[in-house]
Design a protein around this ligand. Structure first.
Ligand code: SF4
Length: 278
């Protein structure tokens, strides 16, 4: 892949950049100089809203884009823009088989609202059978390793299939969701999966997302109003007490601050984050 098509250093230090500066020229999985290109992309879209960011990703990135939704409030806002605007982005969910009934109902409601099927990725049958035979149906409570094994079979392996051949992976991550997610940025290079990881809501607060969903009448999970701010599998999610951090209700019996299921974690155990401008 050739050299950078924009003077990204000037973009970062000069007047506010515009999208017309073509911040994603040549940016794809074959690029060999991701840092400046990601800096250009982030600078070029700094002032854009999430809807515009999604539109630019869909228009300018050359190969398949996948958006994974767990039907949380951030994902619902992105789903609204992707499906409402008919963007050529695959919308996929990882059906771990242990979701809340309210989440399955929201899944159906969302498909009916936007008139499009959301692709479901299921755990590999033999692998799931072997997992349950080995550790029991609720074996994930037994140890952190057992929990990660369950997340691995029910979520991480299906995610790999969902992203196979994709140039970009769009998520609803926000930087202020937790300390571990604090360095999430608009665009990061996921070297293990060899794709761009894009977070159009990285600089939005939960309150801003909620207000936008309200303004646009986006369907959201009724569990949010009952104290479930971050919603995953039913046996691994509890409601928050007032003042608790947003992700404290996920795997609450574990003491580790980094409440992650492995979807956003690299081989070194750290979150795949945005690349800082070089
Ligand atoms: S969140 Fe819980 S039930 Fe869901 S895959 Fe992970 S360990 Fe298994």
């Amino acid at each position: 892949m050739g050299s950078v098509a924009v003077n990204w250093k000037n973009m970062l230090t000069g007047p506010a950049p515009t999208i017309a500066a073509d911040p994603v020229a040549g940016l794809d999985a074959e690029s060999d100089d991701h840092a400046p290109r990601l800096a250009a992309l982030t600078a070029g879209l700094a002032l854009a809203d999430p809807r515009e960011r999604l539109r630019v990703f869909a228009e300018r990135l050359p190969r398949r884009l996948v958006f994974t939704t767990s039907f949380g409030i951030e994902d619902q806002l992105l789903t609204h823009h992707i499906l409402g605007d008919g963007l050529p982005i695959d919308v996929v969910t990882l059906d771990a088989g242990r979701l809340f009934p309210a989440t399955y109902t929201l899944w159906q409601t969302t498909e009916e609202r936007y008139g499009r099927r959301i692709r479901s990725m299921q755990p590999d049958g033999p692998a799931l059978a072997a997992l349950v035979a080995r550790q029991g149906i609720n074996g994930f409570y037994g140890s952190r390793d057992a929990r990660l094994a369950c997340c691995g079979v029910r979520k991480v392996e299906p995610l790999g299939r969902a992203l196979d051949g994709a140039a970009g992976w769009i998520t609803g991550l926000r930087a202020d969701q937790s300390g571990a997610r604090g360095a999430v940025s608009l665009a990061a290079w996921d070297g293990e999966r060899e794709l761009l990881k894009l977070a159009p809501l990285f600089d939005w607060s939960r309150e801003r997302v909620a207000a936008e969903c309200d303004r646009l009448a986006v369907p959201i999970n009724p569990l949010h109003a009952q104290g479930y701010l971050s919603i995953g599998c039913e046996p691994c999610t509890r409601a928050l007490a007032p003042g608790e951090p947003e992700r404290a209700g996920r795997w609450w019996w574990e003491q580790d601050e980094a409440k992650e299921c492995g979807l956003h974690v690299g081989a070194d155990g750290r979150l795949v984050r945005g690349a800082a401008p070089a």
